[in-house]
Ligand binder design. Structure first.
Ligand code: SAH
Ligand code: SF4
Ligand code: F3S
Length: 459
């Protein structure tokens, strides 16, 4: 079998794709890089907004055309597969294999079956399954919990991924050991709400540490960098900030989605915190981690959001001074309470507000990134950047950075770099040695690299 896997959606889906790919390889599949080379194409789907659903629809449309011309098995996995909406799409486009996020380990049975195979159960075996470490990667994801016990009124994820299940810490540590042995330098702990780790259905699980203690445990394993996503402000505790400050391997990067700065909107979203409570958590983070890089998610144009509510979001943005933000236009999702009960705002109102928020975000990112000018940052270089002669990677604060290749630092790995220019979205730098001295550039690259590093004007 020649299999090709296409992944949409978030880091959870990337992790799940790796898990399923490992299963496919164990079943003897040859993983290929394109649809044309494959006789099995599997699409890992996202359902969080309308756009990713539209993307899947058009991709499956193309695959159905290919199917009519040659022998091809088409599979659909992930969040959309779990929904009635996704199953209708699967029927329309003649999908052969459909696996919800809790049935991924059924891939073998699905491929053996001679009939259409649909797996939609949330199976416990998944939580004890440890996929092999990815080959040649310095960065890896590690799922510490699945599902979500919250009921934010706009969100489809609790339906697609089911109730929260925290993995046993022994499994997490075993998986971490295998990543360490494979040379992974940075691990991102994944969950829809990592701060609720160990409290499934609101009750403390015996034998599970708190999330703060899990961070301490993971951080003392010898791994160089630990990150995590996502935090729900409702379950955030000061101890998480304390654990981050105490544990050098844990990066000072906090992604704390706020969604809105207006209490009225937060209430309609059923976010279970107020603006004031959120700002208290931000204050705790800033106190324990004065250099923390802060990121958030914001939804604009939630039903009933007034101009005054939106102004509250803008003022909250200024009060926190975020380094970055993922900003979304509200997308009504069938099956969610807000879809059923609330009237969507006109598209123009939503897009106009998004534009204003993007201006605010760019302004803050420019200011926040400028503070790194001249500083030395630890960078995890992945490999070649788009510009010839340079390498790309990211800092402990998740900023993408580009540096020219230097003698003694020609490939992927952890290095030190001095930041020489910043824009709202990027840092540019030069590699430095342990003594802080700039490493000499690779001789044949000097002119091009010097051109590349010209500071871009700040936007
Ligand atoms: N569990 C995570 C978020 C998962 S979804 C958390 O609670 O932080 C990622 C982001 O998508 C959310 O933070 C939210 O900002 C956005 N999102 C979710 N549903 C959405 C919808 N219906 N319309 C627009 N954005 C949405
Ligand atoms: Fe969705 Fe809310 Fe759960 Fe996040 S916490 S996955 S936004 S229901
Ligand atoms: Fe992720 Fe999309 Fe599912 S954001 S959790 S893949 S709905």
């Amino acid at each position: 079998m020649r299999a090709h896997l296409i992944t949409h959606g978030c880091q959870m889906n990337e992790y799940d794709s790796h898990l399923v790919q490992s299963q496919l390889v164990s079943l003897g599949a040859d993983m290929v890089g394109s649809v044309d080379e494959a006789d099995f194409v599997l699409v890992n789907t996202c359902a969080v907004r309308g756009k990713p659903v539209d993307k899947v629809r058009s991709l499956l449309g193309e695959l159905r055309i290919q199917k009519s011309r040659r022998k091809l098995v088409v599979g659909m996995m992930g969040c959309l597969a779990q929904l009635e909406e996704g199953q209708q799409i699967a029927r329309k486009f003649e999908v052969d294999v459909l696996l919800g996020p809790g049935s991924l380990l059924d891939i073998g049975a699905a491929l053996e079956s001679n009939e259409r195979f649909w797996g939609l159960q949330f199976k416990d075996e998944l939580h004890d399954h440890i996929p092999p470490a990815p080959q040649g990667k310095l960065q890896a994801h590690l799922t510490i919990m699945r599902g979500c016990d919250h009921h934010c009124t706009y969100c489809i994820v609790p339906t697609t991924r089911g109730p929260q299940v925290s993995r046993h810490p022994d499994q997490i540590m075993r998986e971490l050991d295998s990543l360490l042995a494979a040379g992974v330098q940075e691990v991102t702990l994944l969950g829809q709400n990592v701060n609720a780790y160990g409290f499934d259905a609101g009750a403390k699980l015996a034998g599970h540490p708190s999330f703060a203690d899990l961070l301490r445990q993971v951080g003392s394993s010898g791994i160089r960098r630990v990150k995590f996503t996502t935090s729900h402000p409702m379950n955030f505790t000061e101890d998480v900030a304390v654990a981050m400050a105490e544990t050098p391997a844990v990066c000072d990067f906090v992604h704390l989605p706020v969604q809105s700065g207006s209490d009225a909107v937060l209430r309609r979203m059923a976010r279970e915190y107020t603006r004031e409570k959120y700002l208290t958590h931000i204050g705790q983070i800033k106190r324990h981690l004065p250099d923390a890089v802060l990121a958030t998610d914001i939804i604009v144009g939630f039903p009933g959001e007034t101009e005054a509510d939106f102004q509250d979001t803008l003022s909250l943005y200024d009060e926190v001074g975020y380094d970055s933000a993922y900003m979304f236009i509200y997308s009504p999702r069938p099956g969610t309470p807000s879809y059923k009960h609330f009237q969507d705002l006109p598209r123009e109102v939503k897009t106009e507000r998004l534009q204003r928020l993007i201006v605010r975000q760019k302004d803050w990112s420019a200011r926040r990134n400028a503070r790194f000018q001249g500083t030395v940052q630890e960078v995890l270089l992945r490999g070649d950047a788009h510009t010839a002669g340079s390498l790309e990677g990211h800092t402990r604060g998740n900023h993408p950075i580009v540096v020219p290749r230097a003698i003694g630092a020609a490939g992927a790995g952890l290095y030190q770099a001095r930041v020489t220019a910043t824009t709202p979205h990027m840092l540019y730098g030069e590699l430095v040695g342990a003594d802080g001295q700039t490493l000499p550039l690779m001789p044949n690259l000097e002119p091009a690299a010097a051109g590349m590093i010209n500071p871009l004007p700040m936007v």
